[in-house]
Design a protein around this ligand. Structure first.
Ligand code: SAH
Length: 340
């Protein structure tokens, strides 16, 4: 069975032609799924019985089951979704003054092996399909009876390692006839898969690109992130500059501060040098300690000094507010959970 939420409206039209149906039916089906939020083809009452039958034979409307839901003291909610094939993934809902933001997973497991991240050390299982990415948003909206306004691809997985499904999911999330979340309210975060950054720059989607930089020398970065052995800092920044030139969008660099690792003023100095003149913003994240992890959080004092140095030297930097840390829902704390 095909998951109907895997299809952008253009692709759904092609599928309908294959079963001898008129492509405009895709608009009607979209309305039922994304506006009326039906979970059954029989509820699509303006479609003929014959078409409903054909749809049922070809497609399913996949809805995740909530396996676990945890609420943090700051209101952040972490979901463990049963994705209906024996696997489970985590998704996080955060409440900000401007609305609801969701942190979605893009893969079941991750291949990148970043040393400071809880998603490391558990085997990679598979990519999530576009519909499974979209369904994380829909399932949370259903459960909390809310409309989500921001999506960040910062859950489990490397979005650019699941490129086609992620880009297609963004088209569905962005489509006014589907989830209708503006591209500028969607961020993709990458550990730095350089060829895919060049590719993304050509897609003509206005989403924000976040790059997990975390270090200022190749030696230091390779120790934290094995991906740096394939694509080093110079190559990464060249791709970032290309992305900015092509899209005219500001890039966000993530920098997780770990005590005595990458958090002294020399690091800040090198970072300011590296990013000089770029249309960018630096997001400083106090590193979250993970089970068996060697990295410790920087002191607040150091984090503030680091930020001030950058701001004083022409680089816009802010400290990321930590949400959900008491339920292991903060950056880098998500793991793939096995079903019992
Ligand atoms: N694979 C993508 C997206 C998932 S991680 C990426 O690497 O960007 C989302 C962000 O959380 C990344 O910036 C990642 O480096 C950061 N992160 C991972 N582990 C962390 C930790 N323990 N503390 C703080 N940030 C962490």
């Amino acid at each position: 069975m095909k998951n109907i939420k895997d299809y952008s409206i253009e692709k759904l039209k092609e599928e309908l032609i294959k079963i001898n149906e008129k492509p405009y039916r895709a608009e009607q089906i979209y309305k039922w799924i994304y506006e009326e939020k039906v979970s059954n083809f029989d509820d699509m009452t303006n479609l003929s019985l014959e078409l409903r039958k054909k749809l049922k034979e070809t497609f399913e409307i996949k809805e995740f089951k909530i396996q676990k839901k945890q609420i943090a003291s700051d209101g952040t909610i972490k979901y463990l979704f049963d994705v209906l094939d024996g696997n489970a993934i985590e998704t996080v809902l955060m409440k900000y003054h401007y609305g609801y933001s969701i942190c979605v997973s893009s893969q079941i497991g991750c291949k990148m092996g970043c040393k400071f991240c809880a998603s490391t050390g558990i085997p990679f299982i598979r990519n999530l399909s576009s519909g499974e990415i979209v369904e994380q948003i829909m399932a949370v909206e259903r459960d909390e009876n809310i409309k989500i306004s921001n999506v960040v691809f910062m859950g489990i997985g490397e979005p650019l390692d699941n490129y086609e499904n992620v880009v297609n999911a963004i088209r569905i999330i962005n489509n006014p006839k589907a989830l209708n979340i503006g591209a500028r309210h969607i961020s993709i975060s990458t550990s730095g898969i350089v060829p895919k950054i060049y590719k993304l720059a050509e897609e003509n989607i206005q989403c924000t690109l976040s790059i997990s930089l975390h270090a200022t020398t190749n030696e230091q970065r390779s120790k934290m992130m094995p991906v740096n052995n394939a694509y080093n800092i110079e190559e990464l920044l060249k791709a970032a500059k290309d992305y900015i030139a092509k899209t005219n969008r500001r890039i966000s660099f993530e920098y997780a501060l770990a005590k005595e690792n990458n958090d002294n003023l020399e690091d800040a100095k090198r970072l300011a040098q590296l990013l000089k003149g770029m249309l960018c913003h630096v997001n400083l994240i106090p590193i979250n300690k993970i089970e068996n992890g060697t990295y410790q959080k920087s002191s607040n004092e150091n984090i503030i000094k680091f930020r001030d140095y950058l701001n004083d030297h022409g680089i816009v930097a802010t400290i990321r507010r930590e949400l959900g840390s008491d339920i292991d829902a903060a950056c880098g704390q998500l793991r793939r959970k096995a079903l019992k």
